[in-house]
Design a protein around this ligand. Structure first.
Ligand code: FCB
Length: 477
């Protein structure tokens, strides 16, 4: 492995005065259990919806599964050493529900909990703050068989699971995220079906979204009772939604997609209500009869931090007869009640996911959440890009990914200068991994993974990031 203490000269850090981040800014990287752990049938782990989904023909590119992934389950101490060499101040990982509570009900699996205890101990031994996400999409399969997130009981099961993890790790983990990106769980999992469990019903997606948030609120209450000193939050994937023109119909299309993508979650969690216009937009899909008295109070239980995952912007336009959807996550069935809204591509540079690169959108997103919703500390809990990488003489040079990080860190800095209480930033991802329906075909890592040998090679973006962390800043441009 290269030594990040003496990085090669990489780009913008070499000139100019510093763009310094506030003292104590939490520099990190993120991963998720199913994307990196492997060991799918070891240590008492039972299948999650992602095991079932990825083992179903035609669901993932080339039939890729997370059975082995980055084999992190067996290589964890080395991976933590790598994080330490990069100088990470924090590591955001997720706990696999079916590893610690096989089947999703009943007693904990000690072997599963022990794995995460070792992860946390290893991190703390290297002065890396553990940031634990309870749910990054791996619902135990029996809970899906019992109805999944569209069923109310799943929320209660999630709170039980949260309690069990808090009892085991609460003494050592300060930062807790309940859910990662409930929009994806609800609208990709139960709407378009491109994510597990692969169901496609707008009403189910809306119910799933509500019960995910209910589970979040119940888990917050359970965690708060167990660990009053913990820092609790949720992670939402947020997008600025821009109308393609000033025409009233395009502006209305943007309002609708903003409702489904952003306000569906922001309003209940941070204001305790669903937006009235969203309910109207969804009236053909759901009567919201699944919302019971008191739910929104639970859902809006006070938090300590808000996590934001930012990747790109949506530019949308009013319906046109016969127009085709343009990308998998823009499939019409992820937007129940607004299926005919068009997603417009602007011809700006894109990543290997075809996601438009839009760093100013990060500033907009952070400012909006701060201005319209909350004074709480904000954290970018994911931000990053997939590009095709090549290994040359044992090195991976990834200038496009480096430039993406650089631009978005400048945006993060601009948001802080504008008064946003942004307290940390987590690069997605520490290493290449199983990118859900795309399998291993999309590489988001700062560290390259050779899936045959499991060798890790820090890319030039990783060495650059190590230097950013060391200097707590970037050179001004
Ligand atoms: C986010 C997910 C993460 C990863 C990145 C690229 O939506 O939270 O697991 O797939 O996108």
């Amino acid at each position: 492995m290269s030594n990040p203490a003496s990085p090669p000269a990489v780009g913008v850090l070499d000139q100019g005065p510093e763009l310094t981040f506030p003292p104590g800014f939490l520099w990190g990287a993120a991963t998720a259990a199913y994307q990196i752990e492997g060991a799918a049938a070891e240590g008492g782990r039972t299948p999650s919806i992602w095991d079932t989904f990825s083992h179903t023909a035609g669901r993932t590119v080339a039939g890729h599964t997370g059975d082995v992934a980055c084999d992190h389950y067996h290589r964890m101490p080395d991976d933590v050493r790598l994080m330490a060499e990069l100088g990470l101040k924090s590591y955001r990982f997720s706990v696999s529900w079916p590893r610690v509570q096989p089947g999703g009900t009943g007693a904990a699996n000690q072997e599963g909990l022990d794995f995460y205890r070792r992860v946390v101990d290893e991190l703390l031994a290297h002065d890396i703050e553990p940031w634990l996400t309870l749910y990054h999409w791996d619902l135990p399969q029996p809970l899906e068989d019992a109805g999944g997130w569209p069923a109310r009981d799943t929320a209660a099961r999630f709170a039980d699971y949260a309690q069990l993890v808090a009892a085991a790790l609460g003494d050592r983990v300060r930062y807790w995220t309940t859910l990662n990106e409930p929009w994806c769980s609800a609208f990709l999992g139960y709407g378009s079906g491109v994510h597990a469990p692969g169901r496609s019903d707008g009403g189910d997606a809306v119910r799933a979204g509500h019960h995910l948030m209910l589970g979040h609120g119940l888990a917050v209450q359970a965690l708060r009772a167990a660990r009053p000193d913990a820092q609790l939050g949720i992670t939402l994937n947020l997008y600025p939604v821009t109308p393609a023109s000033d025409a009233a119909a395009d502006v209305d299309a943007a309002r609708r997609i903003d409702g489904l993508a952003n306000r569906f979650f922001l309003d209940p969690v941070l204001r305790g209500s669903y937006p009235a216009d969203l309910r109207t937009d969804l009236r053909e899909v759901s009567d919201f009869g699944h919302v019971r008295d008191g739910d929104l109070t639970i859902i809006s239980s006070p938090l300590d931090v808000v996590g934001i995952n930012y990747y790109s912007r949506h530019v949308v336009a009013a319906p046109v007869e016969g127009a085709e959807p343009e990308a998998y996550w823009r499939s019409p069935s992820c937007w129940p009640g607004s299926e005919d809204v068009r997603f417009v591509t602007r011809g700006v540079p894109v990543t290997d996911m075809d996601w438009e690169i839009d760093a100013p959108g990060l500033v907009e997103t952070l400012e909006r959440v701060h201005r319209e919703y909350t004074d709480l500390p904000l954290y970018v809990t994911e931000n990053g890009s997939a590009f095709v990488d090549t290994v040359v003489d044992g090195q991976v040079d990834d200038p496009d990914r480096l430039a993406y990080f650089d631009a978005h860190l400048r945006a993060a800095h601009a948001a802080i200068s504008a008064g946003v209480p942004l307290k940390g930033y987590f690069a997605w991802s520490l290493m290449d991994n199983f990118e859900w329906a795309w399998g291993y075909t999309k590489r988001f890592g700062m560290v390259h993974v050779d899936y045959d040998s499991q060798a890790r090679i820090p890319k030039s973006s990783a060495r650059w990031y190590a230097e950013v962390i060391r200097r707590n800043g970037l050179a001004a441009q």
